[in-house]
Write a protein that binds this ligand. Sequence first.
Ligand SMILES: [Cu+2]
Length: 338
Amino acid sequence: MHLSKRFVGLATGLLLSTVILSACNSEEALEVKDTVSAEESEVAVIGPHEDLNQPPVAPGVERDGSDVYINMTAQITDIEIEKDYNYKAWTFNGEAPGPVIVVNEGDTLHFTLDNLDPLIPHSMDFHAVHTAPDTGFADVGPNEEGTFVYQANSPGVFMYHCGTAPVLSHIANGMHGVIIVKPADGYPTDDEIDSEFVIIQNEWYKYNDLNDMTNGVPSQVVFSSKVLPDGDQPNTDGTVGALIDEPLYAKEGDKVRFYIANMGPNEFSSFHVIGTVFDDVYIDGHPYNHQKGMQTVGLPASGGAVVEFTLKEAGQYKFVTHQFNHVEKGAAGKIIVE
Ligand SMILES: [Cu+2]
């Protein structure tokens, strides 16, 4: 692999917006301050990627009965993962995490990956399907296109990611996202829900540094929100402060549903909303896995869930991973209840 100049975008002395949560009596407050964090990566930007910043391409999703035709790209796009720090991300469709894909239980997926990367093969591994991975999740070469067909017969909230070796590099560089397979008979609580959002956790390491990804700790741990089809939810990348700067909104008394998922690649998530209790939880988003009255939902790397909670009083509610070292690195968001 050809490497050229050093990746100077990762300068030392970088300002990291760190979110500090402090408990004060029964009230938990959140303030944002700046501190010095990330160190320069030892890894150079890959030569053919140096001058590449491919603009985001909207995914194509078209339905014909129960056949769904999904077109996505693999592409190289700069993501400002914290203030003044651009990461030359490997992405699906120019977003990291990639766009959320929503299909129905029983659909046939006709998936095409258009690999716009001039150098590296990429692929797609949908956790929502059964397929022989060596063919169903096969690599698509640089500047090539590959089409694959799957059945989506298991409802849930699933990860998708690039499965090309080394997988850790491809996921940690940004190639991950969520596919929701809506249950044929819905969830038993569907009628109670006032609004819904997709919330994703992922972590970042030094640019394309497989050693740091393997042996280091994440530089940033972040939340993002993805817009649902025909929805008006925020659509953000996984960047520090994304869902503090662009909060979610709900009304007093609302029952809110989050489709949550943890992309990792390495870390666990302990998902928690401060000031409420999860009335209903569906682990991995399957209606059969119905839990009640949970305070924190554990999400393994690649795990998902549907969590539903009531916002009984107006105010500002933060959501975090209750592994607070990761909150210091950015993993917090906010719902404003009016
Ligand atoms: Cu890839």
